[in-house]
Design a protein around this ligand. Structure first.
Ligand SMILES: [Zn+2]
Ligand SMILES: [Zn+2]
Length: 346
């Protein structure tokens, strides 16, 4: 076993700096010195629910960048010293219809999650990127294109791909009318990507002081979601609405803003909800969802972001301040993603 240092949960919203074990490299593994890891809502939820007596060991973190420090004998696509990025899945069965289609995120036997997952070969619980080293199959690491800042690029690997896949699969391009509901970690990247794809892009937000930011991010228009007149005026307007609001909310006003045959893609809140079928019937509207991305789309997203200079707006903190980051994320006090600098673990 290799050892490294990381932040492991010791109870609800409690983390302790500790020594972690990483597996010895398999033939197709690489070891990554983690430089930066984004702080995602998923980390917050996992930590809130953590009970050290009944839960599996928890080291959060599933959007990170770093440098390759060692490679297994069968690794050909990476060399020591390469910059790489790793997202929220680190393995899949490789043979089911979803994997065959390059949608490893939907693997029929469930993809191996970067943390809190079960390693397919030794059955151990995967430990995430809030640590100085990660060992990963080469197929689930991606070259980090030169020109992308490693701290600001880290959130592309979860927040970024989560909005990229629906934008691409729904055919967003020049002439598309896109709305992004909710301007947070996912939403701000959705705006940047939709604008770069050529879409006329509108932000729907309840937070008035985010409206200035929306313009800076490239949005063409703004709607205050608390203003019923503005929402009513947007009726049947958008080909695609990416709903990144992370809490349960009434979908009706958003569905009404979708154009005929358009789609509302639900990305932020993934729990049970109620939908009025009439809001779908009138205008033949579609309700969809997405999460994460397969390997081809992840690689494509990184190339697109490099080509268009897209990274997340980040606030970088030393990893010792991880609890501050989580607490401020919980209070929506970040523009727009915290990223931990893990060099303080040396
Ligand atoms: Zn995430
Ligand atoms: Zn599969």
């Amino acid at each position: 076993m290799r050892t490294t240092t990381g932040w492991q949960a010791t109870g609800p919203m409690a983390l302790r700096r500790t020594t972690l074990e990483r597996r010895d490299l398999r033939p197709d593994d690489i070891a990554v010195q983690v430089g930066h890891c984004g702080v995602c809502h998923t980390d917050l939820h996992a930590l809130r629910d953590h009970d050290q007596h009944t839960s599996a060991p928890l080291v959060p973190g599933h959007e990170f960048t770093g440098v390759v420090t060692a490679i297994g004998p069968e690794v050909s696509v990476f060399s020591v010293g390469d910059r790489v990025a790793v997202g929220n899945i680190v393995d899949s069965c490789g043979v089911c219809a979803m994997c065959e289609a390059g949608q490893e995120n939907f693997c029929h036997s469930f993809p191996t999650l970067t943390y809190g997952g079960t390693d397919r070969r030794d059955g151990s619980t995967t430990l995430g990127g809030y640590s100085r080293e990660y060992v990963v199959r080469d197929a689930f690491a991606y070259p980090l294109p030169s020109g992308l800042d490693p701290a600001a690029a880290a959130p592309l690997l979860c927040a970024g791909v989560t909005v990229w896949e629906p934008l691409r699969s729904l055919g967003v391009g020049p002439g598309s009318r896109v709305a992004v509901a909710g301007l947070g970690g996912l939403g701000h990247l959705a705006v940047k990507m939709a604008v770069a794809l050529g879409a006329t892009t509108t932000v729907i937000s309840r937070t008035r002081d985010k409206h200035r930011d929306a313009r800076r991010l490239g949005a063409h228009d703004l709607i205050d979601s608390t203003d019923t007149r503005q929402m009513a005026a947007a009726r049947d307007t958008f080909d695609v609405v990416l709903d990144t609001i992370p809490a349960a909310h009434d979908l009706a006003p958003y569905l009404r803003s979708v154009a005929m045959d358009g789609t509302l893609s639900l990305l932020g809140y993934l729990g049970p909800l109620t939908v009025e079928a009439m809001d779908l019937l009138v205008g033949r509207k579609k309700l969809s969802s997405a999460g994460s991305a397969g390997r081809p789309a992840t690689a494509e997203m990184l190339r697109f972001c490099a080509g268009n200079g897209i990274v997340a707006d980040v606030e970088v903190l030393p990893s010792a301040q991880v609890l501050t980051a989580l607490d401020r994320l919980r209070r929506d006090d970040v523009r727009y993603r915290f990223v931990l600098d893990l060099s303080d673990l040396d």
